[in-house]
Design a protein around this ligand. Sequence first.
Ligand SMILES: [Zn+2]
Length: 412
Amino acid sequence: MGNGLQTRRTVDELRELQSLTGDGNGAQRLCWTDTWLRAREWLAGKLAELPVQTEIDQAGNQWATLAGESDRALLIGGHLDSVADGGWLDGCLNVLAGLEVLRHLAAQGRPPLSVRLVSWADEEGARFGRSLFGSSAAAGHLRPDEVRGLKDPAGVALPDALAACGVQLDTAGDSQSQLSNAAAYLELHIEQGPVLERLGLPLGAVLGTFGVERHLVRFTGQSAHAGSTPMDARRDAFAAAARFALDIRDIAKGAGGVSTVGRVVTRPGIVTAIAGLCEVTLDQRHLDVNTLGAMLAKAKSVGASIAAAENVSVEWERIWRIDPVHFHSELIGICEQAIVEVAGHGHRLPSGPLHDAAEVARAGVPAAMIFVQSLRGLSHTKDEDTRPEYIELAVSALDSAVVRTLDWARAR
Ligand SMILES: [Zn+2]
């Protein structure tokens, strides 16, 4: 095949990485661990065979630069870190597909723009609970004081884990200089959901990432004896929360978004008492910021009506929120053209999970993503899988999108 793109090699290298850094329970590349560092060294070994300059920035992100005619750069990103007992594709597919694209480009001489592969540090936040560490540092969105106190389950402090890998929390933001010449950013990722499989499509162009509204909703009634309190005299906080948990599903369906009550706590939480207090978490997501706001307003009004009907009170506390991120419309079009070229049929879909691409887009760099189908929609489990022939198609689509984006960026 000579200088051609060897898509099969990506599948082989994914398996090689899995055997090096995984076990019978799945991938074990938690960030800031020896296993993650081993993966990073393994990638460095692959990159050493290419005419690229490599560096690790102040946030622990690993970069490989293929110099082009111009300093302006097209970035291709992914992440080698995984959750514990993770899948063999989440994050590392993008890195290894990008590696193959770099090989292909390097074999054709000097590209018009520099092309830079980045493996972002700690995308998952699996150890310390802070996702998108490296990309948010590079995007200028990391606040050291907000993460300084984080500890892993073993009690190790985040700054110490970083320092063991040569990263100083207070200077991680200096990695912002990495984005200064960025003309565009492309990321290939597994879908991690069931949409493309349901449609029978291997690939899709991603419109953006959902905005998120996350709240603690607290219903307060009156604890009372389960035997002596007549049914019409109860102020049952759990019953109110249960009705609420069902209604937020209809709000999401009606708005084309998603809503989840993922946790419920009752007090006193015993079999012989009516729950006087019930706290639930609510996670609402939508790609449109106004619709997301409307979903929240509707949930609040439904919560108030249910509270009145159940003779309890309700309070809301925001845990976290983030705006939706819309990817660059011309780059979405380019990704779709690349997908049609290799797979014959395009499709556009939003992303429910957050990705590094969202941080890069928020920093003002034109960004877009390609999704490849996930079998059964599974991810963050060793059962995560994608057909090898679809992985190969995805590598081809990324390669085509890179070539098209180089043309697009040169003309700008
Ligand atoms: Zn990922």
